[in-house]
Write a protein that binds this ligand. Structure first.
Ligand SMILES: [Zn+2]
Length: 422
């Protein structure tokens, strides 16, 4: 099949006017100017018209479990209060509600041009009941705050469910809810099975206050439910995390998309609270990890400004995510890109689009398969209305409607445009 568009935004060099992409099976066979592609390839042509064809968007941090909590939790004074509020809402939900919530979330993400999601689920046992319409990495979100002696058991039972899925990882929830043993157990499994790891780190002022000064609302809350607090009172969350994690490559896993072995496995969500000593530590440390920023969830909580420029200048790969609808309004990465642009108007729209395509592909260790339109890459593509009058990347970021044409793994999953087969 040949897909022709007014412009093809490959994220691998300059956009191609009157461009086309040839797809065979689940892969991109060829990309270039329409006339050249037609001369070099056979098959039917789909013309998506006055649109930009671009790589499908990749959401690097999401919790589809809580799609049904949209608008249900007003912003709270304290982060600890928000945790209490979401826990109260969660106690009202049944496994059936969660399956419906995850399914609804997939549909919404797909509608807004997301073709791959790194999704944390607190219920890996429900994964087999969901049919994802897009590419998915399932991360089991693990919390052992009430049962630290059972960390290994918790991981093992998650593994049973995760191993039924092609792409998965482990997510010890955060330093304040997951024990050191749980973090270490996840690292050992990740090294053994070559899977990804993700966690929430240094998200709130209260997390900083808890670890650095052994005080504050989060400290009081987790202490009240029995968390041992002997790791609080001296170090920053980043210092604690770097103490806990190891480093080193692991072997490729058979059947998975080919993995670049040189990358470490941690994808760190948030990283909002960093002291000057933390930045010094980041400069000196050999530890590399991928960072996910969730702009609208960030705004909802009123966190301090995200240190994008400093992290970028230190060489960190920064990606965008939506987080859950318990702290956000939609699962649209276009809205996420616009929220980021509002906070960082000096960053080019092209670089912002990289944060939802190229960068998350790299974080998920699929930079040789996803995030760009290149020969041999997986055919995950979307089309976005794009006229000649305005900057292409600005128009892409401005999309405020469902995407009218998209393809995942070589299959068209949405097509409501006037596109014509010829
Ligand atoms: Zn999260």
């Amino acid at each position: 099949m040949i897909i022709r568009a007014r412009i093809v935004v490959t994220m691998d060099g300059s956009p191609i006017e009157n461009g086309a992409v040839a797809v065979s099976g689940n892969r991109i066979l060829d990309v270039g100017r329409f006339d050249d592609i037609k001369a070099r390839n056979t098959g039917s042509t789909v013309d998506v018209g006055e649109q930009a064809l671009l790589p499908g968007l990749i959401n690097a941090h999401c919790h589809l479990d809580y799609t049904c909590l949209r608008g249900k939790i007003p912003a709270q004074k304290s982060f600890a209060d928000w945790i209490k509020a979401i826990n109260a809402k969660k106690s009202e939900l049944s496994p059936r509600n969660y399956v419906a919530s995850i399914t609804e979330g997939f549909e919404e993400a797909k509608r807004f041009g997301t073709t791959a999601i790194a999704n944390l689920t607190a219920f890996p046992e429900l994964i087999s009941q969901v049919q994802p319409p897009i590419r998915i990495w399932w991360f089991a979100e693990l919390i052992d705050i009430r049962t630290p002696a059972r960390a290994n058991e918790l991981v093992d039972s998650a593994l049973e469910a995760l191993k039924q899925t092609p792409s998965w990882g482990l997510a010890p929830h955060a330093l304040f809810t997951a024990s050191s043993n749980l973090f270490r157990r996840c690292e050992n499994i990740a090294r053994r099975d070559n899977v990804l790891l993700t966690t929430h780190l240094a998200e709130s002022r209260e997390e900083m206050e808890m670890f650095r000064h052994a005080s504050g609302p989060l400290h009081e809350f987790v202490k009240s439910i029995g968390r041992p607090m002997d790791d609080c009172g001296s170090k920053t969350p980043l210092e604690r995390f770097l103490d806990l994690i190891g480093s080193g490559a692991s072997p490729n896993r058979p059947g998975a998309i080919e993995v670049n072995r040189s990358y470490p496995s941690w994808i760190v969500a948030h990283l909002n609270e960093l002291t000057e000593s933390d930045f010094d530590l980041l400069k000196r440390s050999n530890s590399e990890f991928q960072v996910v920023h969730c702009p609208r969830s960030h705004n909802y909580f009123g966190h301090r400004a995200f240190a994008f420029k400093r992290l970028r200048s230190l060489g960190f790969n920064v990606c965008l995510g939506t987080d859950s609808l318990a702290s956000n309004e939609t699962l649209s990465l276009f809205e996420e890109m616009r929220a980021f642009q509002k906070n960082f108007p000096c960053v080019s729209p092209e670089e912002i689009l990289q944060m939802a395509t190229v960068n998350p592909a790299r974080a998920l260790r699929c930079e040789n398969a996803l995030g760009q339109i290149r020969r041999g890459f997986r055919a995950d593509l979307i089309a976005v209305p794009c006229s000649t009058s305005t900057d292409t990347f600005e128009q892409i970021l401005a999309l405020d409607a469902p995407v009218n044409w998209s393809m995942v793994n070589g299959k068209v999953i949405a097509s409501v445009s006037k596109s014509a087969a010829c």
